[in-house]
Design a protein around this ligand. Structure first.
Ligand SMILES: Cc1ncc(COP(=O)(O)O)c(C=O)c1O
Length: 444
């Protein structure tokens, strides 16, 4: 208890009192479980009644979103406009995380019965959330692990090619660099514009790069440098026509976009639910399409790797931090209560407004497309004569807005990246724009 007081953690959570916290950390398990159930139920009840009252209200600000934003754990006054690395957690998810840790600690026997059953429910929920089958869902630890599972697990020999874009994250590049060094495969880099003009530019660049040796396209779906949303559906179509597989690094995708694996048609899809979905760090998702599962070797082997007839053969990792997985289930419930489509629409509305207004400020160069089909909640830009680091520091000091620098000076991708998740308001975007206008005026 003292430790919590010392760090100030309890005191800093809005609507989550010290008493609530202590209640389920130290009370008997039955009492704490029911207290938590009640705590979460009241939050969902409030979302349901908001949905009923304001379902027609699609304005980016207003009562609906204001009320929803209160269900996130933030320090007072912090305006979180960076969902990279890790994003914030809604209260019910935090409540569940604590609850399930407690279950595991107080009754370790539950790992034989209660916890596997609950994990099965989460797998089914995850599958439904991305329009896939539970048999296609691998519960990983993060995107990097998912990308490594695919790169390691495919049989490829010297000279076989993988196509990467020039905008990949290290977690999407290094698994292939390792394979290149170990097996002599060839990595071909396909250039992508900053921003690209449209879908055709990207698709035709990959189409041209495919050769008879190409085995797989490994591409960032949600490009961390530029905010591009790669056209996976179109890329899968041209790749599959030539017998080439497609792996998507969608670290930011789940929780930001209304994902549909069937619609995208890809073979492998790795994502990190702790950026935009509000899940705890340490639990991730890899989708492996049923039809390609026999092409992929498991990287980790324990009981089941050779007998499971579904994607569970890729996750025989032994004991896991199950509370993380079960809290992921709660994160899915939270977003489902709001609605995936509505979440994507709001995120894109806010980003669209930000990009439009940034575009009016002289000297600003947008690195992100204005087209909502190939962009999402990440917006990147640069300004001649204003250091990105200076922008980041100024926004934090003046408005308590958190954004980040991104990219690489030598490659011409260096800039600032802004995330616009559902708890950001137009007034926050306006504050950011006001700050940018000031910085641009001052440089003269
Ligand atoms: C596009 C992309 N890929 C991969 C990663 C790595 O994600 P993780 O650390 O969750 O594995 C990130 C992290 O921000 C990313 O932005």
């Amino acid at each position: 208890m003292t430790a919590f007081n010392q760090t100030g953690i309890i005191g800093s959570f809005k609507g989550f009192s010290r008493r609530d916290f202590v209640k389920y950390l130290f009370a008997g398990s039955a009492l704490s479980l029911s207290a938590l159930k009640k705590l979460n139920a009241s939050i969902y009840q409030s979302i349901t009644s908001l949905n009923q009252k304001y379902i027609e209200d699609e304005s980016p600000d207003g009562v609906y979103w204001e009320a929803l934003s209160k269900h996130f754990l933030f320090k007072d006054g912090l305006i979180m406009m960076n969902n990279g690395t890790v994003g914030p957690m809604p209260k019910p998810v935090f409540n569940s995380l604590m609850r399930y840790f407690r279950v595991q600690v107080t009754n370790p026997f539950d790992v034989y019965n209660f916890i596997p059953r609950k994990k099965g429910e989460v797998r089914a929920k995850l599958a439904q959330f991305i329009n896939a089958s539970p048999d296609e869902v691998v519960i990983t630890r993060n995107t990097t692990e998912g990308m490594n599972f695919v790169a390691n697990g495919l049989d490829m020999k010297e000279g076989d090619e993988v196509l990467l874009s020039t905008m990949e994250h290290p977690g999407g590049t290094h698994p292939w660099r390792l394979k290149e060094k170990r097996y002599g495969i060839t990595i071909k880099m396909v250039p992508i514009g900053l921003p690209p003009k449209g879908v055709d530019e990207i698709v035709s660049a990959f189409q041209k790069a495919i050769s008879p040796r190409t085995k797989i396209i490994s591409i960032s779906h949600t490009v961390y440098i530029s905010g591009l949303i790669a056209p996976l559906k179109e890329l899968s179509q041209i790749a599959h026509e030539k017998g080439v597989l497609v792996l998507a690094d969608s670290a930011h995708g789940i929780g930001m976009l209304n994902l549909d694996m069937k619609e995208l048609g890809i073979d492998f899809f790795a994502t990190s639910p702790y950026k935009w979905l509000g899940a705890p760090t340490g639990v991730g998702l890899l989708y492996v399409r049923k039809e390609v599962q026999d092409k992929l070797w498991p990287t980790i082997a324990s009981s089941g790797w050779d007998t499971s007839a579904n994607a569970r053969k890729f996750e025989t990792l032994g004991q896991r931090a199950d509370a993380l997985t079960l809290a992921l289930g709660e994160a899915l419930d939270f977003q489902n209560a709001i609605g995936k489509e509505r979440i994507e629409r709001r995120i894109k509305t806010l980003a669209g407004y930000l990009k439009r207004e940034l575009g009016k400020i002289p000297g600003i160069r947008l690195h992100t497309s204005q087209d909502p089909y190939i962009s999402g909640g990440l917006t990147a830009f640069s300004v001649e004569g204003v250091e990105p680091k200076k922008i980041v520091n100024y926004m934090r000091e003046k408005y308590n807005i958190v954004v980040r620098t991104i990219g690489n000076k030598e490659k011409g991708t260096y800039g600032v990246r802004v995330s616009t998740h559902i708890y950001v308001f137009l007034k926050h975007v306006d504050m950011f724009l006001e700050g940018m206008r000031h910085l641009v005026r001052r440089k003269k």
